[in-house]
Each structure stands twice: as structure tokens, then as C-alpha cells.
Design a binder for this molecule. Sequence first.
Ligand code: UDP
Ligand code: MG
Length: 326
Amino acid sequence: MTSTCEDIPDLSLVVPLYDEQECIVEFISQVRLSIDHLPFTYEFIFVDDGSQDQTVPIVIDHCEKDSRIALIQLTRNFGKEAALTAGISHAKGQYVLIMDPDLQDPPERIVDFYNKIQEGYDLVFSTRLEKSDSLLRKLTSQLFWKSLNVVTGLKIPANLGVMRIFSHKFAQEFLRYPERVRFIEGLFMSIGMKRTAIEIENRPRFAGVSKFTLKRRFKLATNAMLAFSDLPLRFVASLGLVGVLASSFFGIFFVLRKMLFNEGLLGWTSTVTMIIFFGSLQLLVLGLIGNYIGRIYTEIKARPIYSIYHTFNLKHDKGEKNVDAS
Ligand code: UDP
Ligand code: MG
């Protein structure tokens, strides 16, 4: 169903792209096949997050042929969370659906999300029936979600899917959260409003490789729990922890040796143990405080969450330079 320029579409599909040249054409065609015949209007808002491959030319080519396809090209790689934020803030649809273009989440289920939210919800998120990831990824992701829920008190399901739909009202509320370090899953869960979940099957990536390496996932996990920390401070904290543990063993060993065998210099053991223990404890606490200061530093600079280089086919621009493909 084609919408005219001035129309507010029923649905905005926000899709982040980072080196997705192998997936994009198939993704667009599968989405079209799944929803073109349905009685609602829609737009694609693709957000290019600094791709180095042919992603941008491929999308521009589609923009030129179909006015429902828009592209926001960011100036560099800002991360998926920033890319999604850019997309959501430019989505004008009555409902916004976010999904990845790698076809891990099935486009033929878009209609189920759309129908479900019509029942009066503000957010319909997805839980994945079976994760098609490797054992290592499954284990690390379970560990991550479990410990995150314990630390934050959020109740995020461990098998939370990427694909979700939400109302315009929900989107506006999301955009009021100003933080630079954006842990989207946490934000979505803390916004409130009426929500429900539907189960979806999860498939392997259609093509290309996952951009979330173990290292990147570890970083995301740290961000999510402490909001932000930088490496030296984390290192100091780890060093403190190692010192505390080592000095504890050290202390227990010397104290036992003293008690059982009466060996050791008088006063030496307790003094050295105390010095190492408290020294390490101070490092640990300093590192922890440093983590929070690192976060304040990032937030107080209040740098833009993302910067836009070009936009294509965006009908409702909010002041950014709109360079058309033509
Ligand atoms: N992505 C992004 N910026 C990044 C990393 C990833 O926009 O810095 C996009 C990527 O193109 C994809 C989505 O985020 O659309 C999810 O990435 P991926 O499929 O690699 O992650 P996984 O599904 O393996 O967790
Ligand atoms: Mg994926």
C-alpha cells in the first residue's frame, strides 16, 4: 500500500544497518512480501551506522525507486543504540516497529505484532523460542541477563527478542530519556505503560556476520550494569580485587602458620597483611567510584547521541540538512 508524502503512515519500520550489504535486498523484499497486501500504510526508516561496505548505495538505490523507503546516514559508527534512537526520533508512524535486517526475526510476523498492539498495548516485545546462537553465546547471554536483573532489579526476559512494536506515545517517552550511554533494553523496560510479549521463532543470520563480538557484548554488559566505565578505572578496580583476595589468603596462611606452628616474626604478619588488604580495598573502591565518575563525565559532556550526515526520502525532517538522493 503506497502512502503519499504528507501521509502519516500507520507503521514505521526502524532498521539499523552496519555493513549489511548481503542482507538488505532480501530483507526489503521479504518485508514487502509480508506486508504489502495488508490494509495499513508503512515506511522504512533505515539508519546507516557508519557502514564501510555497499550498504548505503544499495539503500539509496531503493530510496530512488520507492518513496516509502528513507535512509538516515550517520557520520560514523555510533553503535546500534544510537542508530535506533536516530530512527525512532524520525519515525512518524502511529506505531513504530524495530527489527534487524539480518532476517533472524521473521518479517512474516510483523502482522502479528501489528495486530497485537491494536488490542490497546503501548509495547509488544518478543521472546525468542529458540536462540540459534552458539553454545558460548547462549551461555554468556544467559549469564548477562541473569546478573543484570539481579543488579538492576529490572525484569528483562533472558530470551528477549530484538523485534518489537510500540505506540507513538511510547516512542515520545523513550526520546525523553537523554542519556548518552543508552542501554535500550533497560530503557524500554523502565518506561512502563501497557505491554505484552509474543513468542517468535529465531533463525540464523541470513548472511554476513554478527557485529556483536564477545568483546563488544562484554562492553555492552558493563555499560548496562554500571552505565559507563573506562578501561583504566576498570583495571584499577580489578587490581584492587586481586589484591584483596591475595592478601586475604596471604593473611589466613600466615595467621594459621603462626597459630599452629608458632612461626614468623612478631607483629610482621599482621602488619603486612593489613597494609596489603587495606591498600587493595582502597584501590577497589576507588576503581568503583571511578566507574561512576567516568559515567558522569560522559553524560555531562552531553555530546550528541548521533550525528546525521545525509538523509534520503525523509519527509518529516526535524531541521537536519536534508540532502535528497536526486
Ligand atoms: N548494528 C548497528 N551498529 C553497530 C552494530 C550493529 O547498527 O555498531 C546493527 C546491525 O547492522 C544489525 C543489528 O545492529 O542490524 C544487530 O546486529 P547483529 O545482527 O550483528 O547482532 P546479533 O543479532 O548477532 O546480536
Ligand atoms: Mg542479528
